[in-house]
Design a protein around this ligand. Structure first.
Ligand SMILES: Cc1cc2nc3c(=O)[nH]c(=O)nc-3n(C[C@H](O)[C@H](O)[C@H](O)COP(=O)(O)OP(=O)(O)OC[C@H]3O[C@@H](n4cnc5c(N)ncnc54)[C@H](O)[C@@H]3O)c2cc1C
Length: 510
């Protein structure tokens, strides 16, 4: 849709979205729905970022994110809006286990990110000493939380290290691939942060959270998958963006971002695109590079965001070969407390968890393991064969599985998950304050308000709505260009020759 063809009620302007992960796609989808002109630029040759499908033994499975929290509406709503409502599918079983103290044990119920409300349910998971330590909590003086506190430090202080090492680490670490002793309670478990600020024992705080959740009487599945894979969501959103008139360019890394008199000059290696607004939906390191010239403060904060890298090892077995292993039956998988020194951090039994995987390959049993977390990333640089071998070794120890896989696939996610250490929300506030000083530019994605898909979609919607408001308030697009920053006059829609922009020339992308 050309600017001259826009409807009279269409918001003025052209918005460039940088990054074609789920956040950038959700932002573009929100923007095209208003009729605004949108161009999305993705560095790699495919959409989706951390959402990706691939094949194992001829079956399509997720090789990245595989499920969406459904108790938050944003991700499921997006899937419904782009035509995937009839492919939404909750897990067929949610019976997860912990591989702890040398056995697969049922994951205790009634906890908030591994923090228990009732120690009675922990009998199998903790040692008698660990349980006795929990009972001491009522005699302890209060632990200060201040502006923020590390989840692990606080819980260890109140309930003992065993609760952290055997419950909080595998659960919280599973989401962030992080270290519970560094992760911010305020950012990662905000409901717990609010509840402990009310005072009293931690066990009581957890029970209050559970009572409030029960009072909300939420029904329906807690998680949803998509038949064919969560990795099919990006293409569906991309199709909807194109159908709404948006333009999507893959294999188009953005190399520079410069303010102009009328908005922004977005430089790729082939051309420079004039934009009235920009949604920056790239990971922190890339956003830091792109903002270096126009917002050194935001760039410096973004440069400080650390990431964890991990590998997923997907294995397909002949179903007949695993029938004898009862440990593989009925479970969705298991989590592994790092304290036990095993290499794998978790395993998902995809053929049990997702009916669509079982239906697609009834004669196969597909599972995956994850390896690597923040500060323990050496493993992921091992050869594929070694990662398969250590996965099989740990699986054998946990489940007794000795069968050989018929196919294997190793997927490395370098810089897969941003870390949310203590003070992360203050950092995010400083980033947002800094970019608020720039006209019609907003940031979104996993760096800011949560790493889960619904949180990424929510941050994208916020960014899109704020850009639309900026454009409506300032339809002329005057942005106070610093003329010293740009070598050529940027005018018109697209300038074919790359414009040299000082200070933003480094490579961006993943
Ligand atoms: C292995 C793994 C499993 C996960 N499992 C789950 C799960 O089951 N459920 C869940 O809710 N969450 C899960 N997550 C987290 C979730 O998938 C991510 O946090 C989320 O998808 C991030 O989306 P995003 O759009 O912010 O970033 P990304 O997916 O990283 O997308 C950013 C995009 O920007 C592009 N880009 C970067 N620089 C530039 C540039 N200069 N120009 C143009 N493009 C650029 C990148 O190529 C990329 O495509 C998982 C994450 C990982 C790594």
């Amino acid at each position: 849709m050309q600017r001259s063809q826009q409807r009279a009620d269409t918001p003025p302007g052209h918005v460039v979205v940088i990054g074609g992960g789920i956040a950038g796609l959700a932002a573009a989808h929100r923007l095209v729905a208003t009729g605004v002109r949108v161009t999305l630029l993705e560095a790699t040759d495919r959409l989706g970022g951390k959402l990706m499908t691939g094949e194992i033994a001829g079956v399509q499975v997720d090789l990245g994110a595989e499920s969406m929290l459904a108790r938050r509406p944003e991700a499921v709503a997006l899937a419904e809006e782009v035509g995937l409502a009839d492919r939404l599918q909750p897990p067929a079983t949610a019976t997860a286990s912990l591989w702890t103290r040398d056995a697969l044990r049922p994951m205790p119920k009634g906890h908030v990110m591994g923090v228990p409300g009732d120690p009675a349910v922990l009998g199998e998971v903790l040692s008698p000493e660990g349980l006795a330590r929990i009972a001491e909590e009522r005699d302890l003086t209060p632990t200060a939380v201040g502006d923020d506190v590390a989840v692990g430090a606080y819980v260890a202080d109140r309930l003992g290290r065993e609760v952290v090492d055997r419950l909080v680490e595998p659960l919280l670490g599973g989401v962030y691939a992080g270290d519970a002793y560094r992760i911010s309670m305020r950012a990662a478990v905000p409901q717990l942060f609010d509840a402990v600020q009310e005072g009293g024992p931690l066990l009581d705080a957890v029970r209050r959270i559970q009572e409030r959740a029960a009072a909300r009487q939420q029904t329906g599945p807690v998680f949803q998958g998509i038949a064919g894979g969560i990795g099919t969501l990006p293409a569906a959103v991309g199709d909807a963006v194109r159908a709404g008139g948006g333009e999507i360019l893959t294999a188009t890394p953005v190399l520079g971002l410069t303010r102009t008199e009328s908005g922004w000059a977005v430089r790729t290696d082939a051309r420079t695109i004039a934009a009235d607004g920009v949604v920056l939906a790239a990971p922190a390191w890339s956003a830091a590079t792109l903002l270096a010239a126009e917002s050194p403060a935001a760039s410096a904060e973004l440069s400080g965001v650390e990431y964890a890298s991990m590998a997923l090892v997907t294995l397909a077995f002949r179903r007949a070969d695993i029938e004898a292993h009862t440990a593989l039956r009925g479970r969705s998988g298991f989590l592994v407390p790092p304290v036990d020194g095993h290499t794998i951090k978790a395993s998902t039994f995809s053929s049990n968890k997702w009916q669509w995987v079982a239906d697609a390959a009834p004669d196969l049993f597909v599972l995956r393991t994850s390896v690597g977390r923040y500060g323990e990333e050496d493993h992921i640089h091992r050869e594929d064969g070694e990662l398969v071998a250590v996965s099989l070794r740990d699986l054998a120890a946990a489940t007794g599985l000795t069968a050989r896989p018929v196919d294997t696939e190793v997927t490395r996610w370098i810089g897969g998950l941003p870390q949310y250490p203590v003070g992360h929300l203050a950092r995010v506030a400083r980033i947002r304050d800094a970019v608020a000083g720039l006209p019609a530019l907003r940031v979104c994605g996993a760096v800011y308000d949560g790493v889960g898909i619904p949180a990424c979609v929510a941050s994208a919607h916020r960014a899109a709505d704020e850009i639309l408001r900026d454009l409506a308030e300032n339809p002329g697009g005057s942005t106070g260009m610093n003329p010293a920053r740009i070598d050529g006059e940027i005018a018109g829609e697209i300038i074919a020759t790359p414009t040299r922009v000082r200070g933003t020339g480094s490579e961006a992308g993943q």
